[in-house]
Design a protein around this ligand. Sequence first.
Ligand SMILES: *[C@@H]1O[C@H](CO)[C@@H](O)[C@H](O)[C@H]1NC(C)=O
Ligand SMILES: *[C@@H]1O[C@H](CO)[C@@H](O)[C@H](O)[C@H]1NC(C)=O
Ligand SMILES: *[C@@H]1O[C@H](CO)[C@@H](O)[C@H](O)[C@H]1NC(C)=O
Ligand SMILES: *[C@@H]1O[C@H](CO)[C@@H](O)[C@H](O)[C@H]1NC(C)=O
Ligand SMILES: *[C@@H]1O[C@H](CO)[C@@H](O)[C@H](O)[C@H]1NC(C)=O
Ligand SMILES: *[C@@H]1O[C@H](CO)[C@@H](O)[C@H](O)[C@H]1NC(C)=O
Ligand SMILES: *[C@@H]1O[C@H](CO)[C@@H](O)[C@H](O)[C@H]1NC(C)=O
Ligand SMILES: *[C@@H]1O[C@H](CO)[C@@H](O)[C@H](O)[C@H]1NC(C)=O
Ligand SMILES: *[C@@H]1O[C@H](CO)[C@@H](O)[C@H](O)[C@H]1NC(C)=O
Ligand SMILES: *[C@@H]1O[C@H](CO)[C@@H](O)[C@H](O)[C@H]1NC(C)=O
Ligand SMILES: *[C@@H]1O[C@H](CO)[C@@H](O)[C@H](O)[C@H]1NC(C)=O
Length: 677
Amino acid sequence: MPLRRDLSVSSSLRAFLLLGATAIAQNATTINTLARDISRVESIREIKDITRSITHLAQFGRFDEISDLFSANGTLQWGNTTARGPLAIENWLRTEAGKMDGIQPGSLNTWVIENPVVSLSVDGRSAKARWNGLRFAGDGEGGTKIQGGIYENVYARTGKGWRIEFLGYNAMYEGPYVGGWRNVGGRGLPIIPYHFTADSSGIPIPPTVEEAPKTNVSVAMLETRIQRMNDEDEVRNLMHAHGFYVDRRMWPDVVDLHTTNTTVTIVGVANYTGLEGVRMALERMGPKGLTQGINNDHPIFDLIVEVGANGNTAIGRGLEIAMLGDATKRTASWEFNVLRYQFLKEGGIWKTQDVEITPLVVANYYKGWGEGGLRSPNTYIPPFLDATGLRSDAVKHETSSNATTSDLADLKRRLRRSAAYDGSENQSHAYGFVIDDLDCAAMGALFAKRGHKASPFAGYFITPERTAQACFASYGTNRSTLRNNISFHWRPQPVVLVSEDGRSATLRARLLQPSTSTTKAGSFNNAIYHDQMVLEDGKWRLWSVTIDEFYWQSSSWEGGWSDAKPRNSSAPNPEPASWIKRYPPDILMSDVGDRESTFRGGGGKFIDWPDIQRMWWQYRNPVSGRVPEYYWPGCVPCKVRPNWALEANGYQEPPTGPPLKNVDWKKGQVLFFTFNS
Ligand SMILES: *[C@@H]1O[C@H](CO)[C@@H](O)[C@H](O)[C@H]1NC(C)=O
Ligand SMILES: *[C@@H]1O[C@H](CO)[C@@H](O)[C@H](O)[C@H]1NC(C)=O
Ligand SMILES: *[C@@H]1O[C@H](CO)[C@@H](O)[C@H](O)[C@H]1NC(C)=O
Ligand SMILES: *[C@@H]1O[C@H](CO)[C@@H](O)[C@H](O)[C@H]1NC(C)=O
Ligand SMILES: *[C@@H]1O[C@H](CO)[C@@H](O)[C@H](O)[C@H]1NC(C)=O
Ligand SMILES: *[C@@H]1O[C@H](CO)[C@@H](O)[C@H](O)[C@H]1NC(C)=O
Ligand SMILES: *[C@@H]1O[C@H](CO)[C@@H](O)[C@H](O)[C@H]1NC(C)=O
Ligand SMILES: *[C@@H]1O[C@H](CO)[C@@H](O)[C@H](O)[C@H]1NC(C)=O
Ligand SMILES: *[C@@H]1O[C@H](CO)[C@@H](O)[C@H](O)[C@H]1NC(C)=O
Ligand SMILES: *[C@@H]1O[C@H](CO)[C@@H](O)[C@H](O)[C@H]1NC(C)=O
Ligand SMILES: *[C@@H]1O[C@H](CO)[C@@H](O)[C@H](O)[C@H]1NC(C)=O
């Protein structure tokens, strides 16, 4: 502690010398506004983090700590039951979990709460958020439960920070492991009312009505808080990108993301050090690259990131639900793991320092986790991150400021870049929710005026109107409000690359598609989204949406993802979607060329699971800059329609990775990007 004090004195002195004189002369209104806007972006993040914390704590039966995430008046409403106040909530959670509490040996209590659309109130004191939920539970004695639904929650800013005021869970599907899940009540499912409209989504920070309150916070401190969020964005991207490379067994790319003295710990299994150690840890899964029938997906959910007070270390803690298998042998398994990674900033670039993977339950897909799975019960609890303290700690650590600027316009820009991360993510999930409900009009309204979307197996449509009409052409206009079946469009694990001016972004996300129906058990599919977003008239809008599908599919719940027979190689390609005859796209899939050629509707030889579909990337390796085998920066149809590109429409093309040196501009394709950091 004495050491920390000395440092703090010298660094605040340094900050004062650097900034004091100019800061005093700055327009106080601007500083007040900046301080308020920072706390609003921090608020959105704290709201997400306290919600994610529920999932971290539930895995270990920490029901008392979950109840602390609620306000004194907080209410939990779960279907037709209600608990009010932290004590009642704790008791409800404990009773409801029973032996599926994550404490009893062999039990599993993994909740996933993902795909947030967060709306802050104009006064910044309350918020609402919509989330998707899934729960995988078991008691180790044969009892199992899978549940899914939608949360519409309310949050309040209290004297202790953000807390949950109302957690409203709308159950949509449930069932045991054996036999699988169906719609709750065996009935058609209603639309769960939305707290937002297509028009309101994507407003990064709602405009305020009052003047910003006076602040005493120094410009140096404001810079520190902005930098902390910029760093958090990079660390999230790094950990999510790490996961995507693992899925494809791109071992050199995974290794590139590590520091030279890195460590990998698979708790209770093995420890590795150094870059060769990383490679050895990876080879446990198999050799580099995917061959026919291999599914190596390790989706990451509910990632919370804490950036250290010194600004060059960070911790990421998240949940992993691996869906693994070899369809050529009809083997498949589940792994429920906790990921806790430590990161280090070296030479301005975040790298992976220590990986800790804690396997909770590993189970054969065809047997399930009811009996506790294949391993002896885990006894280690990876330390939690205190989401209720993450942002307020940043405020307390004023002394650790590494401020370098007094340029308020530049600070605003840097804040806009972090607000862009949240705004893009918001719009990504808003899209997922409205497409689940096949609300074609709302879906179209999420697009920019010159935005475009790939309709699966068909082609691209430009403008909100045509995008909506294509959706109607494909799904019909006369749909019942009670749905017999739903395919959910989860878009977890985003990698969001924001432009230097904070007005455009590239977003890659997983499509994880759980389905449900009244009559047959639901199952999962997997695909990848390649999107771009822009800030248009003060709102984030979708600029470009492409879905590459599918990388794997489950034939049924019983069969899972490893029940797939290779296609007859001389069979003809499947036809493009038939509705395009009624409503032709602006660009057919087959017009896009090599990029789409192996997908349905593309011009080349169709590839279908269990054969390995090509996976495309919009970005280079975030640490080494390594260019992936299938690299496609910019919007997917932009090579055939250069005037659909961001840069042709007054937006910057976001960086595709670390600065490249001595690289040519490819014709019509932005590869080169420098930024001054
Ligand atoms: C600060 O800037 C605002 C807006 O530009 C202006 O209205 C105000 O008069 C300025 N205040 C001072 C003290 O210069
Ligand atoms: C608790 O709830 C009551 C009634 O809904 C409300 O009037 C009161 O303001 C709430 N208190 C807090 C601290 O939120
Ligand atoms: C609550 O809902 C469950 C499941 O839908 C039902 O079995 C139960 O009877 C309901 N309880 C009450 C008190 O309505
Ligand atoms: C997300 O969308 C909501 C929905 O209307 C909007 O109120 C909110 O400001 C948006 N949040 C972000 C971070 O863009
Ligand atoms: C600002 O500083 C003054 C003098 O130190 C103090 O009286 C006041 O409470 C402070 N205001 C805030 C918002 O911290
Ligand atoms: C690894 O290297 C970094 C910097 O190169 C250093 O800060 C860190 O202490 C080293 N860690 C170990 C475990 O040696
Ligand atoms: C890994 O290292 C930890 C200490 O760092 C040790 O307790 C554990 O036994 C090691 N595990 C294996 C499998 O070697
Ligand atoms: C910030 O300053 C502290 C104290 O001077 C130093 O230890 C730390 O390395 C600096 N962080 C960065 C990112 O430069
Ligand atoms: C719409 O669906 C309802 C019920 O499925 C049906 O009765 C009605 O005729 C349909 N309307 C049109 C215009 O197709
Ligand atoms: C889902 O429901 C729609 C409308 O009722 C129906 O047309 C479609 O065949 C169903 N799909 C499945 C897979 O059951
Ligand atoms: C494969 O497809 C070709 C062309 O449709 C057909 O002639 C052949 O019988 C099929 N082979 C098998 C094993 O189904």
